[in-house]
Design a protein around this ligand. Structure first.
Ligand SMILES: C[S@@+](CC[C@H](N)C(=O)[O-])C[C@H]1O[C@@H](n2cnc3c(N)ncnc32)[C@H](O)[C@@H]1O
Length: 343
């Protein structure tokens, strides 16, 4: 793994306060240009989606108006009534689902697998990375609410900019989640021996989830600029660490460092299915998977892939794509009332 360049680190970490482009190193300038290109492309995609949605709405409205215009008085009354009924049924179904979700999440606070999102890395991220992290947290919460075996989710080290941005999320105050300004190490101090920090840099692989354990996930969006930071933290704090057993089930076309929401979703899928392979395939985007062969069958090829994936850009792509996916999912969930609704 390439050590992060001082300049590029500063450029990303300082965000808007980054030095002017001419003072950046060649490498940092390239990264900055790539980032600008990605942002431009993203903005264009968003605008196109918005326009498409608007046209679709207009088309539906026109169709409805034409249908009504061509109908007899009696038929019109029937059409309007059946549309109203369909809407009522949809609302009822949503409210039932919401009730069930609340019951599941309340149950998880008693018996669910404890999962901690460690939010103590705010000072190492740029404003846009914090923004991205907050959206990933929101996505984790939404996915947990949908899970048939939800986890008992904790947000620890919840202070500063991350905390302020979380508080701005619609419905955040009603989330059924543990919120702690203290670090997990203080908030859950009596369970220190059960803590396992999940990190791609751990030596040990995670094979089972143990209800007695507390699994900690680093709340970082860093394009792996801070490689090894969570492993070092776990070591310094004297707590165990483990990595997801990805290599035993699939080969990745880029780095095995996943985003926060991907890790949470994999763990939730595993809680439901007890099947790592199914969980990885469900969550890790297809384009990131090389082939189905486990790495033990082709170790040379894996080394090449790991080396390629270890370059910052591979991770950067993962986080960029994850952000898009989170954004898309967020919209869908908002429409379904998964995040805005109570709980
Ligand atoms: C974007 S990664 C942060 C990478 C960061 N440089 C680090 O050292 O952890 C977000 C978090 O997801 C978890 N994670 C990502 N990939 C993982 C893997 N392969 N195994 C276990 N945990 C992983 C870790 O908790 C990690 O801190």
């Amino acid at each position: 793994m390439e050590a992060p360049e001082e300049d590029s680190q500063a450029a990303v970490a300082d965000g808007e306060d980054a030095p002017p482009a001419q003072k950046l190193s060649k490498n940092a300038r390239k990264k900055q240009q790539k980032q600008e290109f990605r942002e431009k492309r993203k903005a264009e995609r968003k605008a196109a989606e918005k326009e498409k949605k608007k046209r679709e709405l207009e088309r539906k409205r026109r169709e409805w108006d034409e249908k009504l215009a061509g109908a007899s008085e009696e038929e019109r009354v029937r059409l309007v009534e059946s549309r109203r009924e369909a809407r009522r049924e949809r609302m009822e179904q949503r409210s039932e689902e919401r009730e069930m979700k609340i019951a599941r999440l309340r149950g998880a606070t008693e018996v669910g697998q404890k999962l901690v999102l460690d939010l103590e890395f705010g000072h190492l991220m740029s404003p846009s990375e914090i923004h991205s992290l907050v959206h990933q947290v929101m996505y984790c919460y939404a996915v947990n609410g949908k899970s048939t075996s939800p986890a008992h989710l904790w947000l620890t080290g919840c202070t500063g900019e991350i905390d302020s941005q979380l508080k701005k999320l619609p419905g955040y105050e009603k989330w059924i989640i543990e919120r702690e300004s203290r670090s997990y190490i203080d908030a859950l101090h009596h369970e220190k021996e059960n803590m396992v920090y999940l990190t791609a840099d751990a030596e040990v692989e995670l094979h089972e989830l143990d209800l007695k354990k507390i699994y900690i996930i680093g709340g970082l969006v860093d394009r792996n600029r801070w490689k090894g930071i969570t492993q070092r933290k776990a070591k310094e704090q004297g707590i165990q660490s483990a990595k997801l057993p990805i290599g035993g089930y699939l080969k990745m076309s880029s780095s095995k460092v996943l985003t926060v929401n991907q890790v949470v979703e994999i763990l939730l899928k595993f809680l439901e299915t007890k099947d790592w392979k199914a969980s990885f395939f469900k969550v890790i985007p297809q384009r990131k998977i090389c082939e189905e062969e486990p790495e033990s069958r082709n170790e040379d090829a894996l080394t090449d892939i790991e080396e390629a994936g270890d370059e910052g850009d591979a991770d950067s792509g993962a986080e960029e794509n994850a952000e898009d996916e989170v954004e898309g999912e967020r919209k869908r969930m908002r429409m379904e009332g998964t995040i805005d609704g109570s709980g």
